[in-house]
Write a protein that binds this ligand. Sequence first.
Ligand code: SF4
Length: 409
Amino acid sequence: QCAVACPVGAITQVEDYQKVKEAINDPEKIVIFNTAPAVRVALGEEFGYEVGSYVEDKMVAALRKLGGEYVFDVTFGADMTIMEEANELVDRIINKSENLPQFTSCCPSWVKYVETFYPEFIPNLSTTKSPIGIQGAAIKTYFAKEANIDPAKIVNVTITPCTSKKYEISRPEMNSSSKYNNIEGLRDNDYILTTKELAKWIREEDIDFEALEGSNFDDLMGQGSGAGIIFGNSGGVMEAAVRTAYHVLTGERPTKELLDFKPVRGLEGVKEATLQIEDKVIKVAAVQTTNNAEALMEKIKSGEVDYQFVEVMTCKGGCIGGAGQPKQPKKKVTNEIRLKRIEGLYNKDAHINVKCSYENPEVIKAYDEFFEKPLSHVSHELLHTEFDSKYYMLGRGDVKVDNAKSEEK
Ligand code: SF4
């Protein structure tokens, strides 16, 4: 562990890269790296690049040099999240009209906040796992089967902008590959490293980041759509889901307006939009920071507002502003820095042909060969999860927690 920021050392950030180095040196282990979308527009800052520079190819090359046998892209997992979450939304709106608004659940800090302070809204959380949750389970099932690798040998390491992801992968239910493979103790994800940890490790190994010859992600889980890329920005999950939900509802490619869904972009605390898709009117909101989320939750509870779909990311700007990202100058992330990182991801989306999750050839292949279709039995088994306040009973006094139910477990 290493003490960061806190002058008395009471708050520490857990560093895991030494354990990953041990796994790399173990001939029995196969280390697989994955990188979340927001890392590639911030890692360069640690090596003198301009803020917001898109350093994906150098980042992949660095991970290969550090000893990763495979390097995959979490934008694949983000696209899979959208396939499941958009279909879940359409199912809730059309077939059931229940548990609305649907809340995104890819931010573990937000999930824990709901479990702790608003457990009555747990059924509103999308049951779809976060991109890293899906990526981890898919690597130890789908990829292991395709590559004919014993899943017990795989050490799954994901680089994220987020310190909360270290907690998310330790949640007891994040072990669906264990049940699927019938291997006791198998975890879907083994280690999370932050962007800052990766930069520190690269420096320690004396790797000249700028001089690296760029490299591409490996096939099978190495391709993401523009929708997967913009997951790193506040409003990005919402925009990505709307693109695919439109396709599910109409069978058509989203309109130009939806492929450049400006109302949910930017640093405003609560961004709202109303969509008309055929005869459906869908009201959405994208929220950033917990203060704004709390105010919105109270309005939803009182009936003052009425949405069908709400995205919440607890970091300002979304994951590009995560606690594991570089902080500069003077240990700060300013709005100017956030906006440049945000622009880096939207620029990539603007210049990519595959803009929607359902268009990603690797996603199509994954469903054809393994997951069957969104919300299938195997998808539910591996790509969905559950939430419960019983593990997290730290809520305010006014929240009723079912102790009897929790003691049964
Ligand atoms: Fe992590 Fe922040 Fe992104 Fe939430 S918004 S997943 S806490 S980096």
